[in-house]
Design a protein around this ligand. Structure first.
Ligand code: LLP
Length: 428
C-alpha cells in the first residue's frame, strides 16, 4: 500500500508527481522559482468548515489566529468566508483590515499590547481585548477613557493545565508568562469592573499549540467554568467563552483529534455544566492552514563528509530563515521529492545555505536525489513564512495560493534591494 502523505487531502502523489489541489508542484517551482510557499485555499476553507459544522446552531465565532500565516490573500480568503481573527499586534490588525476582515470580529490577544496599539484597536472597533495582567487592565482603561470609547474585555486566565506539548509552545502552565493566574482571576474581574473605561465581555484562555489530545482542553474549560460561576456570583456578567487555539496537526504520525471531535466534546461539556447558552469563541491557527501548505526548494549540491561516517548532505536553496521550525523546536517535517525517481535511496541530511550548523530542514531522510530536483517540505502552511527572516541577507520566498485549481502569486519574491532600502549610509 502507498503510504499516505501527512497533509491536506488536496496533497496527492499522482504517478511520480506530487500535486497540490491538482497543480504539479515541480512545475510551480519552475514557473515561480524557489524557495516557494504554495498553499491550497480549498484546504484552508475546508479546515474552517470542519470547525463550523460542529458549532452549527450555536452562537460562536471562529477567530483565525493570523500569526500562523498572515499573507493578505490568506486573510482575505478567511474574511470572505465570514471568519473572525485573533490578532496580537497593530501590524496584524492592519493586515486584517487591508484584507477586508471586519474589526467587529477581531479579538486582540497578546501579553504586551502598547497604548498606541490599544488606541488603534479601539478606533477600529475590535470585538474584544484579551487582557493578560492587572497593569494592562489599567492601561487599557486609561486609553479607552481618553478616547471616550469603552473597551470590551476578556481576561485571559492561565488555567494551569499541562497541554502536553513542546515547552516553547506550551502556554497554560502557571510557570508560563501568559495570562492571569487562576487563583487571582476572580479578584482581577472585580478590579476590571471598578475601572471606568472597561466593559467586561468574556473569559479567555489559550493553553498551548500542537495539542494532540482533547483532555487538556476539557480540563481548561472546567477551570474556566468554575471561574465564570464565581465571577457571576459577584454580580458580573460573562457573555462569551474563548478557549483559544492550539489544536495540532499531523506532521508525521501524530493523531490529533479532528476539529469536529474536539468541538463536539467541548460543547457537550458546556451543556453538561449548564453553560450551553454562552457564545463560544475559538482561535485556531495551525489547524486551519498548517497542512494546506508546502515549501518548495531546489537541491543545489550533494556532498559526503569524509570523516563523519560518510554522512551525506543535501544542500538546498531554502534555509532556516525560510522555515525556522526545525532549528527552533527540533521539529520533524516531512520532505518529499516533487518527482519520484524510483532509484536506490540514500540517507541524507537536508540542509540550507545559512552559516549555522542549526540550519537544517530534515535529518536522516531516505531519498533518491539529484541536483536540480525539487523537494517539498510538507505541513508548512503554518509558522513557515510567518516566522521567516532575512538572516544572511536572504530575501524572503514568494508565495502562491491555489484558488479553484489555479495558482496565483500572492506575494512576490523579495528583492535584494528591498532588504536595505530603509537603511542609511553615514554622511561624512
Ligand atoms: N491564540 C493565542 C493567544 C496564541 O498565542 C496562539 C498561538 C493561537 C491562538 C494559535 O495557536 P495554534 O492554533 O496555531 O496552535 N511557532 C510555533 C507555534 C507558536 C504558537 C503561538 N501562539 C510553531 O511553529 O510550532
Amino acid at each position: 500500500m502507498k503510504p499516505t502523505l501527512p497533509g491536506a487531502p488536496q496533497l496527492q502523489r499522482v504517478g511520480d508527481a506530487l500535486q497540490l489541489d491538482g497543480c504539479d508542484l515541480d512545475a510551480l517551482a519552475r514557473q515561480f522559482g524557489t524557495p516557494l510557499y504554495v498553499y491550497s485555499q480549498r484546504a484552508m476553507l475546508e479546515a474552517l468548515a470542519a470547525y463550523r459544522r460542529a458549532l452549527a446552531g450555536r452562537r460562536h465565532l471562529v477567530c483565525y489566529a493570523c500569526k500562523a500565516n498572515a499573507n493578505l490573500a490568506v486573510l482575505q480568503s478567511f474574511a470572505c468566508a465570514g471568519c473572525g481573527f485573533d490578532i496580537v499586534s497593530a501590524g496584524e490588525l492592519a493586515r486584517v483590515l487591508a484584507a477586508g476582515g471586519a474589526a467587529s470580529r477581531v479579538v486582540f490577544s497578546g501579553v504586551g499590547k502598547t497604548a498606541a496599539e490599544m488606541r488603534r484597536a479601539l478606533q477600529a472597533g475590535v470585538r474584544c481585548f484579551n487582557v493578560e495582567s492587572l497593569p494592562e487592565l489599567e492601561r487599557l482603561s486609561q486609553v479607552a477613557e481618553a478616547l471616550g470609547v469603552p473597551a470590551p474585555v476578556s481576561l485571559r486566565v492561565n488555567p494551569d493545565v499541562d497541554a502536553g506539548t513542546h515547552p516553547y509552545i506550551s502556554t497554560g502552565l502557571k510557570t508560563d508568562k501568559f495570562g492571569i493566574a487562576h487563583a487571582q482571576a476572580r479578584e482581577a474581574y472585580r478590579f476590571a469592573a471598578s475601572l471606568p473605561g472597561l466593559r467586561i465581555e468574556g473569559i479567555d484562555c489559550h493553553i498551548g499549540s500542537q495539542i494532540t489530545q482533547v483532555e487538556p482542553y476539557l480540563d481548561a474549560l472546567d477551570r474556566l467554568l468554575d471561574l465564570v460561576e464565581s465571577v457571576e456570583a459577584d454580580g458580573l456578567r460573562i457573555r462569551h467563552l474563548d478557549i483559544g487555539g492550539g489544536l495540532g496537526i499531523t506532521y508525521r504520525d501524530e493523531q490529533p483529534p479532528q476539529a469536529e471531535v474536539l468541538v463536539r466534546r467541548l460543547v457537550q461539556r458546556l451543556d453538561e455544566r449548564g453553560h450551553g447558552h454562552r457564545e463560544l469563541l475559538l482561535e485556531p491557527g495551525r489547524s486551519l492552514v498548517g497542512n494546506a501548505g508546502v515549501l518548495l526548494t531546489e537541491v543545489l549540491y550533494l556532498k559526503t563528509a569524509a570523516d563523519a561516517d560518510g554522512k551525506h548532505f543535501c544542500i538546498v536553496d531554502a534555509a532556516m530563515n525560510d522555515m525556522a521550525r526545525p532549528a527552533l523546536y527540533d521539529a520533524w517535517m516531512a520532505i518529499e521529492p516533487c518527482r519520484l525517481r524510483g532509484g536506490t535511496p540514500r540517507r541524507w541530511d537536508i540542509v540550507g545555505p545559512v552559516c549555522e550548523s542549526g540550519d537544517w530542514l530534515g535529518r536522516d531522510r531516505e531519498l533518491d536525489l539529484r541536483p536540480g530536483d525539487t523537494l517539498a517540505m510538507l505541513s508548512a502552511g503554518a509558522y513557515g513564512m510567518a516566522m521567516s527572516s532575512n538572516y544572511n541577507s536572504r530575501p524572503r520566498a514568494a508565495e502562491v495560493l491555489i484558488v479553484d485549481g489555479r495558482p496565483k502569486l500572492v506575494r512576490a519574491r523579495e528583492s535584494v534591494a528591498a532588504l536595505f532600502a530603509g537603511e542609511y549610509l553615514l554622511q561624512d
